[in-house]
Ligand binder design. Structure first.
Ligand SMILES: [Zn+2]
Length: 181
C-alpha cells in the first residue's frame, strides 16, 4: 500500500505490525502547507476508493477513516469533507454529523473489537499536537486494559496486532447501512 496521502499524523513512534513484522516509515504524508486540495490527506482521501483510502464510512458532510498512524487498533478519525481547521468553523449540520458519526464509530468498534473504553478528542492547532492542523479531525481511540505497555517508552514503537486493511474491512462490514426510504 502506498502511504502517500492517507490519513494520520506522524508522531515519532515506529509501528511494529506484529502479524507480519511489517514496518511503516512514517512522515511522508505530512502536508507541505495548509492549503485545501490534493496536498491535504483529508481532502484527498474521500476521492479514493474506500479500501485504498482506508475509509470506513461516508456521510453527507463528513466521513470516517482509519488513522494510518494508530495509537491502538481501530483508531478512527471523523473528518468533515470541508477543509476547515477550527471546530468553531463547522456549520451546525456538520457538528451534528461529526457527532453522530463519532457515536456510530464507538458502537461499531464495540461490536467488532470489544474495547473497554475510548479516548475521544480533537487537537486544535500545531501547539496542541495536531499533525494535520489545517483540516479538522476527531480522534476515536479504542482502549483496552493494559494497552499502554512499555514499548512506547523504551522503544519509540507501538505493537499493533492487526493490519489496517483487515481492520478497515471488519469495521466497514459492521457499519450500519443507511435505512431505506
Ligand atoms: Zn483538507
Amino acid at each position: 500500500m502506498d502511504a502517500a496521502g492517507l490519513a494520520g499524523e506522524p508522531d515519532g513512534f515506529q509501528r511494529l505490525w506484529t502479524p507480519h513484522r511489517m514496518a511503516y516509515i512514517g512522515g511522508e504524508n505530512k502536508p507541505v502547507d495548509d492549503a485545501a486540495g490534493p496536498g491535504c490527506p483529508f481532502c484527498r482521501i474521500p476521492t479514493l476508493p474506500d479500501d485504498e483510502g482506508l475509509v470506513v464510512a461516508r456521510g453527507s458532510l463528513a466521513f470516517v477513516v482509519l488513522n494510518l498512524y494508530p495509537y491502538n487498533p481501530g483508531h478512527l478519525l471523523v473528518c468533515p469533507y470541508r477543509h476547515v481547521a477550527d471546530y468553531t468553523d463547522l456549520t451546525d449540520d456538520e457538528v451534528v454529523e461529526v457527532a453522530a458519526l463519532t457515536q456510530t464509530a464507538m458502537r461499531v468498534a464495540r461490536d467488532v473489537m470489544s474495547p473497554s473504553g475510548f479516548n475521544l478528542g480533537m487537537n486544535q492547532g500545531d501547539v496542541a499536537g495536531a499533525g494535520i492542523a489545517a483540516h479538522l479531525h476527531q480522534h476515536v481511540v479504542p482502549r483496552w486494559d493494559g494497552d499502554a505497555n512499555f514499548l512506547p517508552v523504551i522503544g519509540r514503537s507501538r505493537a499493533l496486532p492487526e493490519l489496517l486493511s483487515d481492520t478497515r474491512a471488519r469495521l466497514a462490514a459492521a457499519w450500519p447501512r443507511p435505512t431505506e426510504g
